[in-house]
Design a protein around this ligand. Structure first.
Ligand SMILES: C[S@@+](CC[C@H](N)C(=O)[O-])C[C@H]1O[C@@H](n2cnc3c(N)ncnc32)[C@H](O)[C@@H]1O
Length: 336
């Protein structure tokens, strides 16, 4: 029955994710820099040929690998999982299947029943504490966030004119990838990434490696306590969706306190009711919304839900900027 087959493939979805993780861990698509037979590939991946062949069978079924005359090759789809691929999907595949994240998702029903996060209860610490204690996984997390930087920067640049702006502060800006993309086309613009201490250090290193050391750096902060002052533009990209309403208002108040009256705030998020998203993109936002629930007791929001937070923190209601992609930019400023 077609309906049952559809549901069966949904039931298998978790296994598919874990096949992708194993593929990344074994370096299968990286080792396939040219078509290879099973024995050569198994030796390059340090895997037993018979069991690697069984994994490859599934990868062929998924369209990630093709096979012809006993030789295997990566498809265009499979190549997106390569180390260094601009999609950064390898980092996402690894990050999403970290055991603490899977354990939290295993308790989604509890989160839905209670209306709050489960990550801390089941893992004994917050996700931020876990990342701080696991530097390798922290780097993968930051890289998986950075994979979206170019598209987010394109949305920001389409929605806001930076000519005349001298300093932008990206609050919770990760390793600085979006800031670097913004600065690339604006030679007079300087930037600060305000981040947790270990991430701020990674941002300084990343921005310096990108040749932007003279114009941009990371600065350690706890955005619940305060953020650097002096910016003409403040960015909050994928930060507010990590927090429940009272916490999000506290972060916004910190930003408000650091801003001059003429400064502006740009919020980059997937706004639930923004127009123009495809049904596939919309489904992805809805799944990320559940991820925010299990991880943080947080949520994706509509524009009016963001406006409620903004007004509570002393800002004007927002304007939704036109976007060339699925990212949304809400523009606001301190209310006078
Ligand atoms: C979902 S990531 C978003 C990263 C980036 N802005 C983006 O759009 O991809 C949220 C960021 O908030 C940072 N963060 C979490 N708690 C923080 C705190 N108390 N103070 C400063 N930054 C914090 C995290 O380190 C992380 O980089």
């Amino acid at each position: 029955m077609a309906e049952a087959d559809e549901v069966l493939s949904m039931v298998r979805g978790g296994w598919v994710s874990l096949c992708l993780r194993a593929t990344c861990e074994l370096g299968v698509v990286d080792a396939l820099d040219q078509p290879q037979d099973l024995a050569t590939l198994a030796s390059r991946c340090s895997a037993a040929p018979v069991t690697l062949g069984r994994l490859l069978r599934v990868l062929v079924d998924l369209g990630l690998v093709s096979t012809d005359g006993g030789r295997y090759a990566v498809t265009t789809m499979g190549a997106t999982l390569r180390v260094g691929d601009p999609s950064g999907l390898r980092h996402l595949a690894m990050m999403q299947t970290e055991l603490p994240n899977l354990t939290a998702w295993r308790h989604l029903a509890d989160a839905v029943r209670r209306g709050s996060a489960v990550y801390q209860d089941v893992n004994g610490q917050t996700s931020w504490e876990w990342l701080a204690a696991h530097p390798a996984e922290e780097a993968v997390f930051n890289a998986s966030m950075a994979r979206r930087a170019a598209t987010q920067a394109a949305a920001v640049l389409a929605g806001y004119d930076f000519s005349g702006v001298r300093l932008v502060v990206d609050v919770g800006g990760g390793q600085g990838a979006m800031l670097a993309a913004l600065l690339a086309g604006q030679p007079l613009l300087r930037g600060v990434v305000a981040e947790r201490p270990e991430v701020a250090a990674a941002a300084t290193a990343g921005l310096t490696a990108a040749g932007l050391g003279a114009r941009a750096r990371g600065e350690a902060c706890d955005f619940f306590a305060g953020v650097p002052a002096g910016g003409e533009v403040y960015l909050l990209s994928n930060v507010l969706h990590d927090w429940d309403d009272p916490q999000a208002v506290t972060i916004l108040r910190s930003v408000h306190a650091a801003m001059g009256l003429a400064a502006e705030l740009l919020i980059v998020e997937n706004v639930l009711d923004a127009p123009g998203r495809t049904s596939r993109e919309q489904r992805d936002v809805h799944l990320v919304d559940l991820h925010m629930l299990v991880m943080f007791g947080a949520r994706e929001r509509s524009q009016s839900q963001y406006d409620d937070l903004l007004v509570a923190a002393g800002f004007e209601t927002s304007t939704l900027a036109p976007s060339p992609n699925s990212w949304n930019v809400l523009l606001t400023r301190p209310a006078v």
